[in-house]
Design a binder for this molecule. Sequence first.
Ligand code: UDP
Ligand code: MG
Length: 316
Amino acid sequence: MKEKSMKDKPALSIIIPVYNEEATIPEMYRRLNLAVSTITEDYEFVFVNDGSRDGSLVQLIRLTEMDKRVFYINFSRNFGHQIAVTAGLDACNGDAVVIIDGDLQDPPEVIPELYKKYKEGFEVVYGKRSDRAGESIFKKMTAKWFYRILKNLTSIDIPLDTGDFRLVDRKIVDYLKQMPEQNKFLRGQIAWLGFNQTDVMFSRDKRQHGETGYPFSKMLKFALDGITSFSDKPLSLVTKLGFTISLISFLIILYATYAHFVLDRTITGWTSLIISSMFIGGVQLISIGIIGEYISRMNKNTINRPLYIVESSNME
Ligand code: UDP
Ligand code: MG
């Protein structure tokens, strides 16, 4: 009995979201094993297969047969990286939990450093990227600007240049489970929780195999999730924009009336009309779009579907 409860609550859980990583999984497992063994033998690996279309699942099942500290959760389809990590957080049992990408861009060798800080008493230890090898200038630029914009929009302190590679205490995991939002932005949620947070610098490697599972469309959605769940400023911006444009319009109305009746000098022509109507049209559509982003997220939360569907797993 005692042995079972020991087994149920390992010292360390590692959560690895996997989307089309068949070529990386064996190497990932090997390097994780080497790195984590230097800390403790009492660990579990939780791989979440997020609807991979390659042989990732076969690789994972093979690992679970080889090593009983390896677990897998297999989604019924692709639900996205944040949801895959969430499923891992829901299922894992460790006192400390590490979230790491399955493509070896976050080096497993950094985990002992994260763990050292955790032992010093930090509840959250995130990996901070000192540089990012092999990523496009476009990706680096958009990521850089996104985090800086987000910092200006929100009052919470989301650390710059960090991804989800981090170690969190069990306490944090339990609080995250009480945050049921459908549009996950985990790094924001964790920052929002507070406690003692610190970072460990590391240099992010380039992807060894396959290609990114974050094309521009997914990045944009992720960015909007981050902004809408942590800031109302875009909404007040819409209001301010409305007032400003109304004020300008009012002045133009005064001038136009004056020009027509007093100066008898009405400006003729199509140009001024088309410019102003197109401008207002654009502003209105953008404003409705911004409001729509918030409403669609409210809608998702009201419908309140399960976040993910597990097709198969070797965890109970
Ligand atoms: N991933 C996932 N579901 C997705 C996309 C990605 O589980 O829909 C996983 C992927 O296998 C990797 C991690 O999330 O382990 C980070 O994704 P990726 O490397 O594609 O993102 P990038 O590093 O390019 O930002
Ligand atoms: Mg990657």
